[in-house]
Write a protein that binds this ligand. Structure first.
Ligand SMILES: C[S@@+](CC[C@H](N)C(=O)[O-])C[C@H]1O[C@@H](n2cnc3c(N)ncnc32)[C@H](O)[C@@H]1O
Length: 244
């Protein structure tokens, strides 16, 4: 691995240790959230042993139905979108990655209290890239990255979850014709993500017209972040890519 990349990887691990792992708990959990975590986490969390080897994890092996499509959502927040697609596509397996326990517990509380079946959902409460690195080549059908943190400053761009190095990782784990779906209402971040993915040799942008990235796709569930942005006068861009 070139020295520069090693340095970036090390910095990223340090940042995550400080900023992701260090702030896993924002505010104290309510008893209901704690109960849901205790009840569901042991069965739903991707085990740490599954994450140990690089590119070895077959994601379908995490589910009872190993013949179904398997999609990953990175940074699901409180899980509104994940819950929506689970209801919309009950025959698809989903893995949700969210490092913050407040978001994870909100999602699990909904699953628990609404008695949503959990045979098609698995979760990872840590940096999504640790999970992505453990997944074997050409094994995911789709990947959602919705409203990722923008990391505004230029010197922080290397922390973005969508950048050339992470796109290499996403391209590795996606199947041929697998989908990469990204959104943002931060215009320069949308532009950045779109440019990085469009310039990547493994991805093809699926848009033919403005409407394809400006209009809300059919059956779309807006997340809390998306609604807040819209209320503040910002517009979401929907960036649909396919692995070629
Ligand atoms: C701006 S929020 C968007 C949440 C959600 N996707 C939505 O649209 O409502 C960004 C999310 O990415 C998560 N995140 C940040 N770094 C991450 C990482 N390395 N791996 C997985 N999730 C991450 C944050 O915890 C946060 O929930």
């Amino acid at each position: 691995m070139p020295h520069e990349q090693e340095q970036i990887d090390k910095e990223q691990q340090d940042i995550l240790r400080r900023n992701v792992h260090g702030r896993r708990l924002g505010r104290p959990l309510s008893p209901a959230r704690k109960k849901a975590l205790d009840a569901l986490m042991p069965a739903l969390e991707v085990s740490s042993s599954a994450l140990e080897a690089e590119a070895a994890l077959d994601p379908t092996s995490l589910f009872t139905d190993s013949s179904a499509e398997t999609w990953l959502e990175i940074g699901f927040g409180s899980g509104e979108h994940l819950r929506h697609v689970m209801a919309l596509h009950p025959d698809i397996n989903y893995i949700g990655a969210e490092p913050y326990i407040n978001g994870m517990s909100a999602f699990l509380k909904d699953l628990y209290e609404l008695e949503i079946p959990t045979d098609r959902i698995r979760v990872h409460m840590d940096d999504a890239l640790l999970l992505v690195d453990s997944i074997k080549d050409n094994s995911l059908d789709g990947l959602y990255i919705l409203n990722p943190d923008p990391w505004h400053k230029y010197r922080h761009h290397k922390r973005r979850i969508v950048r050339p190095e992470t796109l290499d990782k996403y391209a590795r784990v996606l199947k041929s014709r697998g989908k990469l779906i990204m959104t943002s209402d931060v215009s320069y971040l949308s532009e950045w993500m779109c440019m990085q993915a469009a310039q990547h040799p493994s991805f093809k942008w699926q848009a033919d017209s403005k409407a394809d990235w400006q209009d809300t796709p059919k059956d779309w569930e807006s997340t809390r972040y998306e609604n807040k942005g819209r209320d503040a006068g910002r517009y979401q861009n929907y960036l649909m890519f396919e692995k070629i």
